[in-house]
Design a protein around this ligand. Structure first.
Ligand code: FAD
Length: 348
């Protein structure tokens, strides 16, 4: 049994802590739960196969992440008796016109052989879209990916914390300097990493999500996630016809989480575009600080001070977080890993 201290309790730290504690190690998590914690603010879409990003190392990580999700959630929920909000209602991906839809269909379905967990991939006419998501615009054709899923970041963290405690670990709401900690130190501080370490260089983006309600019965608990045009997406956030649309992407040095009125107006306008025939009642804007590292590829490895750093999970951190926890716990226990973690320890 080894001793581990984890500084930062977002998805990266919580998942690593859970997997280490499960193996019987002594684990202590320190998390000060900063406003803007990315995991708490996340939209939680688990659908890596539709991305056009070509980075192979990134794709291996998120592909394995999505593959691991159902078994991971099943075990976590059984251990903790705590729901995580995970659902796999599929993903509707909208495209500008029939030509782009066809190209996207070919690109996405080409990934199926290597990723059977993505389920069926089908082209949807505008009428099909209407039938599946009645108040969504029928202006665009779509591709449906059956295995697309969604997780609630807040519930997942609650469940992981319970899991850490259930396996004998400790979770403390404290602000600590990683160099003052005992045992092997794992630094998972998200956007706040630069407070103690310059390398790997972590930057962050401010991302806003507008939460709103439709004044029609839209069954938001069970609708698929919607990947809109460009970076826009829409997720159901529970009962009462509640949805969230996002996000904005703003590179910044600041840590402010005060919503911007300008961005709120922009997101409201986007919501009207996707739900043209329904009144939209704005609730609130949530703001998260998304951590990035070089090439937007997560960093997983030791820094110069011999501290094990996991950071830069970027816009797919909830997808990759659970499998990173599994892999890092195997690696730090001296066991074989499924992914080659050297791919992510690119620090020089
Ligand atoms: C609006 C938004 C939407 C997103 N949507 C998706 C999505 O649809 N799908 C997806 O896969 N990903 C999504 N992401 C990305 C994902 O949320 C992030 O990549 C992920 O949550 C990052 O996790 P993390 O643990 O590295 O950082 P965080 O979740 O930010 O956690 C870092 C924690 O470390 C703590 N900390 C820092 N320093 C210290 C210290 N010295 N002592 C104690 N505690 C400390 C902080 O308080 C914080 O709680 C989204 C992100 C945002 C912001």
């Amino acid at each position: 049994m080894k001793e581990f201290t984890i500084v930062g309790g977002g998805i990266a730290g919580a998942s690593i802590a859970y997997h280490l504690a499960k193996k019987g190690h002594s684990v202590t998590v320190f998390d000060r739960f900063d406003q803007g914690q990315a995991t708490f603010a996340s939209a939680g879409i688990i659908c890596p196969w539709t991305s056009q990003r070509r980075n192979k190392k990134w794709y291996r990580l998120v592909q394995e992440g999505a593959r691991y999700y159902p078994a991971f959630i099943n075990e976590l929920e059984r251990t903790t008796n705590q729901p995580t909000g995970y659902k796999q209602n599929g993903a509707i991906c909208l495209f500008k016109d029939d030509r782009i839809q066809q190209l996207a269909y070919e690109r996405i379905s080409a990934k199926q052989a290597d990723s059977p967990e993505m389920g069926s991939v089908t082209k949807m006419s505008k009428e099909d879209v209407k039938a599946m998501h009645p108040f969504l615009t029928d202006y665009y054709p779509a591709v449906f990916v059956e295995g697309g899923g969604q997780i609630d970041g807040e519930s997942l963290l609650t469940s992981l914390k319970k899991g850490v405690l259930a396996h004998g670990g400790k979770w403390l709401t404290d602000d600590v300097d990683p160099s003052d900690c005992e045992g092997t130190v794992i630094y998972t501080a998200g956007a706040w990493a630069r407070e103690f370490h310059d390398q790997p260089a972590v930057r962050h983006q401010r991302a806003e999500l507008l939460h709103f309600q439709l004044d029609k019965d839209a069954n938001s608990a069970d609708t698929p996630v919607v990947m809109g045009l460009g970076p826009m997406y829409i997720v159901g956030t529970g009962a009462d016809n509640s949805f969230a649309i996002g996000t904005t992407h703003e590179k910044t040095e600041a840590f402010s989480v005060t919503p911007s009125q300008e961005n709120k107006a922009y997101l409201h306008h986007e919501a009207e575009r996707y739900f043209p025939d329904v009144a939209i009642d704005d609730h609130h804007v949530s703001v998260g600080l998304r951590p990035f590292t070089r090439d937007s590829l997560p960093f997983i490895g030791y820094n110069d001070d011999n501290i094990y750093v996991v950071n830069g999970l970027g816009s797919t951190g909830l997808t990759a977080g659970p499998v990173i926890g599994r892999e890092v716990a195997d690696f730090l226990s001296g066991e074989d890993t499924s992914l080659d973690l050297a791919d992510y320890g690119y620090y020089e």
